[in-house]
Write a protein that binds this ligand. Structure first.
Ligand SMILES: Nc1nc2c(c(=O)[nH]1)N[C@H]1C(S)=C(S)[C@@H](COP(=O)(O)O)O[C@H]1N2
Ligand SMILES: [Mo]
Length: 413
């Protein structure tokens, strides 16, 4: 892994933020592997989560085997702002996902309410349309689900089902325009190559409103960090919907249909719905009157250099916190930190902006800390004005967690 973790901070930010003290406290010398291994049990009562090897991947934390669901050990988010392809999490709904695809034979068909239905090869996509690249965050809607209280059913994810990487592809809008969208188009309905293992299981088919589909940042992408997509992350092409949760980001994309109605398949009407309340929360065990689809990412931030539940050596009462923040694309305006359970907050210094849809790094050195147990918190505010709640609104799907996370540490001198 590249040792470029701090190239995102200017020298001045580093001096202000106290990188020097982080180095002398030994925080940067922890080898990634050892740290990853110590994360086997992330301490939220889910038992041990093993690191398992898969093709094109570093060992990742196993959530489920069939379908494959793997999380990124949190230490990777402290290593570099860009998640290496081999460390990017993997999530599937259906056990019959493809493991072998002939790129030269892969066809994307555009059909439905269009003037010219298209069948495009990967070569066609690359040749016929303008290529674009930018950095973007991918996050599973259930990221952090295991931390909901009361507990909710579903894959018990820690917070490692997110990643930030550079995508390269063509605009979906350009492809749809080439097909010529007919009148009264409402949505695109789309799928990938995976199939349900049983006939009773609904296929993973998703839909996106036509306005969003035609917006300039939605891509059909074939590359992640300049390399072909790893098989498990959607080879040879996937949809990229910046600022929206991952269920919109169809992997192994094979078919797009322009429709004049609202798609009402299971994965559009039953899954990924949240209560239509101000914060999408509802009291546990109450019926949901109105549901709406979960679309935009909520603002989040994480401390990446302190592991929950660990003993930390202070340096003359000082402790440097580093981390990341992101939102749905307005960008991060501020990150504030607290070491007293939220009574007082201090502003962190923001690092380099590598794109409004990307992770934004931040750093702060807290001073005059005392020995003993401490509750470390980071709270991000987006340019949109949105900020993170101190209590997590509850919803039955365990979706869209964005509470200010608490990292418990034992400070020692
Ligand atoms: N074809 C296909 N695409 C899919 C899914 C899937 O099950 N099949 N799951 C979605 C969900 S919910 C997530 S979290 C992301 C996971 O992307 P990743 O495996 O590249 O991390 O893929 C999305 N796209
Ligand atoms: Mo997901």
């Amino acid at each position: 892994m590249k040792k470029d973790e701090h190239s995102f901070f200017s020298r001045r930010t580093l001096l202000k933020g106290g990188l020097a003290s982080a180095v002398s406290a030994g925080l940067l010398s922890i080898p990634n592997k050892a740290w990853a291994l110590s994360l086997l049990d992330q301490g939220f009562e889910n038992g041990i989560r093993e690191l398992v090897p898969y093709p094109q991947k570093y060992p990742l934390l196993r959530i489920t085997t069939r379908p494959v669901h793997l999380e990124t050990p949190f230490s990777y988010f402290d290593q570099s702002l860009i998640t290496p392809n081999k460390a990017v999490f993997v999530r599937y709904h259906l056990a019959n996902h493809p493991l072998n695809i002939d790129e030269s034979a892969h066809i994307l068909s555009i059909k439905g309410n269009v003037n010219h239905p298209l069948k495009l090869s990967i070569a066609d996509l690359k040749q016929r349309f303008n290529q674009v690249s930018f950095n973007v965050v991918l996050q599973c809607a259930g990221n952090g689900r295991a931390l909901f209280s009361p507990r909710v059913p579903g894959a018990q994810l820690g917070n490692g089902s997110m990643a930030c990487f550079k995508v390269t592809g063509v605009r979906l809008a350009d492809v749809l325009k080439a097909a010529g969208i007919g009148p009264n188009a409402r949505q695109i309905k789309y799928r990938g190559l995976d199939e349900p293992a049983l006939p009773v299981t609904p296929a993973f088919i998703r839909a996106l409103d036509i306005d969003k589909a035609l917006s300039e940042h939605v891509l059909i992408a074939w590359a992640m960090n300049g390399e072909p997509l790893p098989m498990l992350n959607g080879f040879p092409i996937r949809l990229v919907v910046p600022g929206y949760f991952a269920p919109y980001w169809m992997k192994h994309l094979s078919e797009i249909e322009v429709i004049n109605t609202e798609f009402d398949g299971w994965f559009a009407k039953e899954a990924y719905m949240v209560p239509d309340t101000e914060n999408n929360g509802i009291a546990p065990n109450t019926p949901i009157k109105n549901k709406i689809p979960l679309t935009k990412l909520k603002v989040r931030s994480f401390i990446t250099n302190i592991e929950n539940g660990k003993k930390i050596k202070l340096n003359n009462g000082e402790l440097t916190l580093r981390g990341i923040a992101f939102d749905c694309g307005s960008g991060i305006r501020a990150v504030d930190c607290s070491a007293d359970g939220g009574k007082t907050w201090l502003p962190a210094a923001l690092g380099k902006n590598i794109g409004h849809y990307a992770f934004r790094p931040w750093i702060i050195t807290l001073k005059q800390l005392k020995n003993g147990p401490v509750n470390l918190m980071a709270r991000a505010t987006a340019n949109s004005g949105e900020t993170q709640p101190l209590e997590q609104p509850w919803n039955p799907g365990g979706y869209a967690r964005n509470v200010v996370e608490r990292v418990h540490a034992q400070l020692e001198s």
